[in-house]
Design a protein around this ligand. Structure first.
Ligand SMILES: Cc1cc2nc3c(=O)[nH]c(=O)nc-3n(C[C@H](O)[C@H](O)[C@H](O)COP(=O)(O)O)c2cc1C
Length: 169
């Protein structure tokens, strides 16, 4: 595989262990910028973001998920929301949010950072919204935990391609 983009897609791993080193605001904005270059239906760009580095807020968010230890370890979080006033088709807008999140995971990797997509926290999305002071027209899609990886030996497997291609005509 020679394309740097294809290599990045394959080599990206979910990173859950971070050093204490902070992630600066400009870098977090670069990651969000990569997110907003994702495709969206009608180019409606329905995503909204909350960037969290404040330790007290991170501690409160950590209490909302089984994966709180990851949130506590990560110096930065980006909560990704869909704006209910901007959406036009719930299904397609949710897909757009996924594309946006994946762009941000790849951007974090490209910037020498590590990140993980946290979805389990959605079960407490109302409480998360209260902690962050988000308006009720914003629906939580995911929280991305970001930081400098303390290790990079994560392994992940994929089943063979043939198991996924159900038809080739
Ligand atoms: C929708 C979604 C929700 C996820 N939620 C969590 C989560 O709550 N906690 C977690 O540790 N990882 C979560 N992950 C990360 C997956 O566990 C991870 O992507 C998968 O195991 C494959 O590993 P890889 O990303 O290193 O290839 C989530 C990923 C997706 C796409």
């Amino acid at each position: 595989m020679s394309s740097p983009i294809l290599l990045a897609i394959e080599q990206r791993r979910s990173i859950r262990d971070f050093t204490d080193q902070a992630v600066d605001t400009a870098t977090l904005h670069d990651i969000v910028q990569a997110g907003i270059w994702a495709p969206s239906g009608l180019n409606n760009q329905p995503w909204r973001f909350a960037i969290v580095t404040n330790a007290t807020t991170r501690t409160q968010l950590a209490e909302q998920t089984h994966y709180g230890h990851i949130i506590l370890a990560a110096p930065a979080l980006i909560a990704v929301y869909l704006d209910q006033e901007a959406i036009y088709d719930k299904f397609k807008d949710t897909q757009s949010a996924g594309a946006c999140i994946q762009n941000m995971l790849l951007a974090a990797e490209a910037l020498g950072l590590g990140a993980v997509w946290l979805g389990q926290i959605l079960k407490n999305q109302e409480k998360v919204g209260q902690i962050l002071g988000m308006s009720e027209n914003l629906q939580l899609m995911a929280v991305i935990a970001i930081g400098h990886p303390s290790r990079r030996d994560q392994q992940s497997l994929r089943k063979p391609l043939a198991e996924f291609i159900v038809k080739e005509l």
